[in-house]
Ligand binder design. Sequence first.
Ligand SMILES: [Zn+2]
Length: 314
Amino acid sequence: MTVNMKSICAAALFLAMACSPLAAQTITSKSPHSDAHKQLLANQTKSKDQIRLIEKNTFVDLIDDEEPEPDIYTEGWNSKLVNPFKASDVPDSKVIDVTGYAMPCPGFVTSNYGYRAKFGRMHKGIDLKIQSNDTIYAAFDGKVRLTNYEAKGYGNYVIIRHPNELETVYGHLNKFLVKPDDVVKAGDPIALGGSTGRSTGPHLHFETRYMGYAINPAAIFDFANQTTHTDTYTFNKKTYTQARNYAPAATLAKAEKENPYKPSSNTRTTYTVRKGDTLAKIAKAYGMSATSLRKLNGLSAKATLRVGQKLKLR
Ligand SMILES: [Zn+2]
């Protein structure tokens, strides 16, 4: 990163901190200051646009400064309820079938799993960009183990237990669409996303656990391509924190050799259309409007996507 980029990052971080509480609400003041407010709002919109632009390249740097949530499995007031697993019962290695997956939301990664030196703790999930009240989907078939609220961390969260022995956790939700013991299918709506708990803006905090061990979700899922890396994930006590740097041959390998989770890789220029994609979904995942994605690719409003089609992202 150049010196210039660093100063842009610092400026964007400042703007993000300054604007995010305001961005969440609509100001409708009719006081004599309303002109001043309008001016402020106009400036604010500008700043937000700038952040969005910068975010596309450096958002991981920006959001790394957010304090990670305390671990609900071990630190919450009801962690006994949340973590029924004994570490001594966990096998050293276990092959987990992840074929029946659905992506929890179409958003891109804004904060990775991993150790945060600044706060001296782990971020045990991955943060995905959403708009407030976007639908959140069950990642696999399963049964809702609990829904809960943790003010200092995850806000409203859901834990789902899956037959493949994984558990998935979904945090900062606005509204639950399921209740404990509900049986869900992969891709079923389970909640509306939001910014409850310790959060500076709408995002989904998503965890993948095996018997309490928080696996790096990027070891199982390829969020950039909205797919899984491979059909099985082999849990190993030595490697479960590591992301995988590649995607299956069917999707990413041809298009991209570098790790899709590094900030630099968000300079990716093309996207290969996959089954079930829509223009709106792709546009959203890359932080643009469907209209601008369509224009960029010279597509008419009636154009349909075909699997394998390459779309320009910039
Ligand atoms: Zn998070």
